[in-house]
Design a protein around this ligand. Structure first.
Ligand SMILES: CC(C)(COP(=O)(O)OP(=O)(O)OC[C@H]1O[C@@H](n2cnc3c(N)ncnc32)[C@H](O)[C@@H]1OP(=O)(O)O)[C@@H](O)C(=O)NCCC(=O)NCCS
Length: 182
């Protein structure tokens, strides 16, 4: 059963380095998806130019991560996930905002991402954060969602000067210097 929405617990967001990935993957398997965003893929993605990843902690425990890439004036949210037991408490929103703030600080003016059409939770998150649909890739995810092909929806957001603000409902949200919007 889905946990009820609740206030965001104190959440600290910091840089994830490639060296952190094996430990995070060992402890928190629900942050990684076999075949696509598994630990090896996340680790590899961090080698690319403009790539970065942020890790959310609550009460000293890893609670979620976001992987993104910012090149020139565009960025792409490559993967975002929250530990299943910590979902629906604002951590995904906090991570997304932190990543967009970081990308804006690197010069990105437009953010893109793609999401499975069946992924209601993620779609609602992106809609609520100002992303708008700009494309559809039919049957893009093959067998990843209950064995059936699933369309990918492409979403886009123009980044503004206020990008990276912590969620209003999270007075305890803290970021270190590297993840603050500039
Ligand atoms: C998508 C995901 C990252 C959201 O993280 P989260 O911490 O639970 O999200 P938040 O608590 O910050 O929720 C922010 C908003 O997203 C939407 N949302 C989140 N979970 C939802 C759900 N299960 N059903 C409907 N809407 C949901 C809501 O609009 C929510 O705002 P509200 O709580 O004020 O109604 C999380 O569900 C997850 O890790 N899913 C598995 C991995 C995944 O699918 N990643 C997306 C890849 S594109």
């Amino acid at each position: 059963m889905m946990a009820a929405p609740g206030p965001l617990a104190a959440c600290e967001i910091r840089e994830l380095r490639a060296a952190d990935v094996p430990a995070a993957a060992g402890q928190y398997r629900d942050l990684f998806v076999d075949g696509t965003w598994n630990a090896a893929a996340v680790g590899r993605s961090l080698d690319g130019p403009g790539s970065f990843a942020l890790l959310a902690h609550t009460a000293g425990q890893i609670a979620g991560l976001v992987v993104a890439r910012a090149v020139a004036d565009e960025c792409e949210i490559l993967w975002i996930a929250v530990v299943a037991s910590r979902r629906r408490s604002g951590i995904g929103r906090g991570l997304l905002r932190a990543a967009l703030g970081r990308a804006a600080g690197l010069g990105a003016r437009t953010a893109y991402l793609e999401v499975a059409a069946a992924n209601r939770a993620a779609i609602d998150l992106y809609d609520g954060e100002g992303f708008r649909r700009c494309g559809r890739r039919p049957a893009y995810y093959r067998g990843a969602h209950e064995g059936a092909p699933c369309d990918a929806l492409v979403y886009k957001k123009e980044l503004g000067s206020g990008e990276g603000s912590p969620p209003q409902s999270s007075p305890d949200h803290r970021t270190n210097g590297e993840t603050k919007a500039s």
